[in-house]
Design a protein around this ligand. Structure first.
Ligand code: PGA
Length: 263
């Protein structure tokens, strides 16, 4: 598949960290930090994914100060509305101008029992409301030993895409479970191999053109010191960053990966 220009995407998954007051201070400082570094948002897109209760504050700050940062949610309900206590619909997120939503993060899959079917329903709900899903897939260490590197992520992505024929705007994040929060990132070559296989899945389901335009991220212990090596891979178009996204200097430096020389 021909390599086309895809705008790199650096996404910060805050998980259950920072309340709305902390979020305001954090986003303000992050914006200053990127401005000081003369970050070119047209060359590298940067987004934060705060907890639900922060979204309104982050939206207000970004729109009032005309910041170039994007934001999204960490989860969404597959349902439209109704008796689903505790759930947040895609329509609600859209009303807050959330551009993205993370779906199928391994913590949702393992701690909240989300299977491929549920993930597919959530992806369909996001797409229906014009929110770009950041679809997470990844294998555990046991899966890796048993099935090799791409089998499980490929199977999970096929499942996740099963209800969105005709969709044109998605993001995929390959996050090996063994690499998340472990300090032990995949090698750039491992990431490239799986991301290339995932692009083939997008091509098979949504067509070559969509596959060529889809950003496929690597996630799992990404830091300022290893981001450049991932970004050199032809099928890795960005990173989903957890722990390091809570450190403003570190996250800004990851977003500035184009300036890292000799790393
Ligand atoms: P990590 O988390 O960067 O802390 O490994 C990544 C993620 O879970 O999205």
């Amino acid at each position: 598949m021909a390599k086309v220009a895809r705008i790199p995407f650096i996404a910060g998954n805050w998980k259950m960290n920072l309340d709305h007051l902390q979020a305001i201070a954090f986003v303000q400082k992050l914006a200053w930090s990127l401005k000081d570094a003369r970050h070119d948002f047209a060359a590298t897109e940067v987004a934060v994914f705060p907890p639900f209760t922060d979204l309104r504050s982050v939206q207000t700050l970004i729109s009032a100060d005309k910041l170039d940062l994007k934001f999204g949610a960490q989860d969404v309900s597959e349902h439209e509305s109704g008796a689903y206590t505790g759930e947040i619909s895609a329509a609600f997120l859209k009303a807050l101008d959330a551009a993205y939503v993370i779906i199928g993060h391994s913590e949702r899959r393992t701690l909240h029992g989300e299977d491929d079917e549920k993930v597919a329903a959530k992806v369909a709900a996001a797409v229906k409301h014009g929110i770009v899903p950041v679809i997470c897939v990844g294998e555990t260490a046991e899966d890796l030993a048993r099935y090799g590197p791409s089998a499980i992520p490929v199977q999970q992505l096929r499942g996740a895409l099963s209800g969105i024929a005709g969709a044109t705007d998605i993001v995929v994040a390959y996050e090996p479970v063994w690499a998340i929060g472990s300090g032990q990132a995949a090698t750039p070559e491992q990431a490239e191999q799986v991301c290339a296989a995932l692009r083939e899945v997008v091509a098979a389901v949504l067509g070559d053109e969509v596959a060529a335009a889809t950003r496929i991220l690597y996630g799992g212990s990404v830091k300022a010191s290893n981001i450049a090596s991932f970004m050199r891979q032809s099928n890795v178009d960005g990173a989903l960053v957890g722990g390091a996204s809570l450190d403003i200097g570190e996250f800004a430096s990851i977003a500035q990966f184009l300036k890292h020389v000799g790393t």
